[in-house]
Design a protein. Structure first.
Length: 444
């Protein structure tokens, strides 16, 4: 197969070809590396890349297959890793000069699970500084003058540019959904605690989520099948059986789903093109979609999310920042940590209590609907370095409910415009099945 054909494969297709002996991991990884070499000088998605090490992983996996050893679900498939996840074979610097040259001894839990499933850890992708707002060098593959979003900028851009079929990232506010929307790929933030965060940079235990990027819903589901599960090293994961995400995602629905169109209290902040696109979508879905207004109290979600994030980041990062030269961290990050140190305990606890109320309110809405439809961002990726507003993500992150950005709409200049689907807590598989129906419906 030509390299262009290989790069167009989904992860499911590539894994099947490798398992059937029609494609080697070495050839597939080699094609990905060629693509990276051709594009990454412009896109700048990768911060750590060792082509020889990646090919050695692929060759070892091919040898295991020839020896008749069992194959994992991702056998031979390359995955890119956001540079806040520890990797034993690559540096993990979290986008900060303060951690330059840091070499972990062990893989993060998510990376270890990917390796156990046979994935090739192809390299580390750019993150904004400590997974916060200060941007890295990555550019949007659709328009190099525009941001890819943050903080999982490199992971989203690498998948969008067809450098790799899969990548992992993280979200503490809008760091999965926003880059997925701007770069035009599928990005999912599962229910809080679905995937272990052990070995990843901690910003906020209450808000941090591990997420996945792919170019199809099936590939998202495949990644969740590998990653979701209990880990004694992360107290927010749960010792319960995980569903079969891929089988559920592609399962035919017994009847068309019902959607709640929620503009959120920030609907007026969306640009005119975004509002028009979502109003047209709601009209197209007709009887399958109802406009639902959130109670006024939900307007406080953005402030509550900021309070929790600021306090937790001040607690978790201030020591690291204080030990370094002030010039090695951005004023943006230092100011946010200072803000967190000034917030009272009473205000922090109020925000945490409100998060529970938001989650319960969302679950109440979803007792009557299969999913919530809402914008992923205020518009298409903006020009310049600013990573864009996360305001359409803050509520869902604070509530810990699953959210998925689908690249099904277009905005200004034909650029990707993310459609965000939100599901009930721990109903991730159902959300994927609903998303699959919607993608099929809009693709008709």
């Amino acid at each position: 197969m030509a390299d262009t054909e290989l790069m167009a494969l989904t992860a499911i297709e590539a894994a099947a070809l490798i398992a059937d002996g029609e494609l080697t991991s070495e050839a597939y990884v080699g094609a990905c590396l060629d693509r990276i070499a051709a594009m990454d000088d412009d896109v700048r998605a990768f911060v750590h890349l060792d082509p020889d090490a990646a090919l050695m992983q692929a060759q070892a996996l091919d040898e295991r297959q020839r020896d008749g050893e069992p194959l994992g679900a991702l056998h031979g498939v390359p995955v890119a890793i956001k540079d806040i996840f520890d990797t034993a074979d690559y540096p993990t610097e979290c986008g900060s000069p303060l951690l330059k040259g840091r070499r972990p001894r062990e893989d993060a839990a998510a990376v270890a699970q990917l390796r156990a499933a046979g994935a090739v850890i192809i390299g580390k992708t750019v993150t904004t500084e400590c997974a916060y707002y200060h941007p890295g060098p990555t550019r949007n593959p659709h328009d190099l003058t525009r941001t890819p979003g943050g903080s999982s900028s490199g992971s989203a851009a690498a998948v969008a540019a067809e450098m790799v079929p899969l990548a992992i990232g993280s979200q503490t506010n809008g760091s999965m959904i926003r880059p997925a929307a701007f770069c035009g790929v599928y990005g999912m933030k599962p229910t809080h605690g679905a995937i272990s965060r052990r070995g990843a940079l901690t910003l906020s235990r209450a808000l941090d989520h591990v997420g996945v990027f792919a170019r199809t819903i099936g590939d998202v589901a495949l990644m969740l099948d590998v990653l979701v599960g209990h880990d004694a090293g992360d107290a927010d994961t749960r010792p319960v059986a995980a569903p079969d995400f891929l089988a559920t995602a592609v399962d035919e629905l017994p009847s068309p789903p019902r959607f709640a169109f929620v503009g959120t209290p920030f609907w007026d902040k969306a640009d005119a093109t975004t509002r028009a696109a979502f109003e047209e979508l709601a009209d197209a879905l007709g009887d399958h979609c109802d406009a639902v207004d959130l109670p006024d109290v939900f307007a406080g979600a953005v402030d509550d999310q900021r309070v929790v994030m600021a306090v937790d980041m001040a607690h978790n990062l201030s020591g690291m920042i204080a030990r370094g030269d002030e010039s090695q961290s951005s004023e943006t990050l230092r100011a946010f940590l200072a803000e967190g140190r000034e917030i009272s305990a009473a205000r922090y606890l109020e925000a945490r209590d409100n998060a529970v109320r938001y989650r319960d309110g969302i679950a109440g809405i979803l007792s009557d609907y299969d999913a919530i439809i809402t914008p992923a961002t205020v518009g298409v990726a903006p020009v310049g370095e600013a990573t864009g507003s996360p305001m359409f993500c803050s509520l869902w992150t604070l509530a810990g409910v699953p959210a998925l950005s689908l690249p099904l709409l277009t905005g200004e200049a034909g650029l990707p415009l993310g459609l965000q689907l939100v599901g009930a807590p721990r109903d991730d598989a159902r959300l994927l099945r609903t998303a699959n129906w919607l993608a099929g419906r809009l693709g008709e």
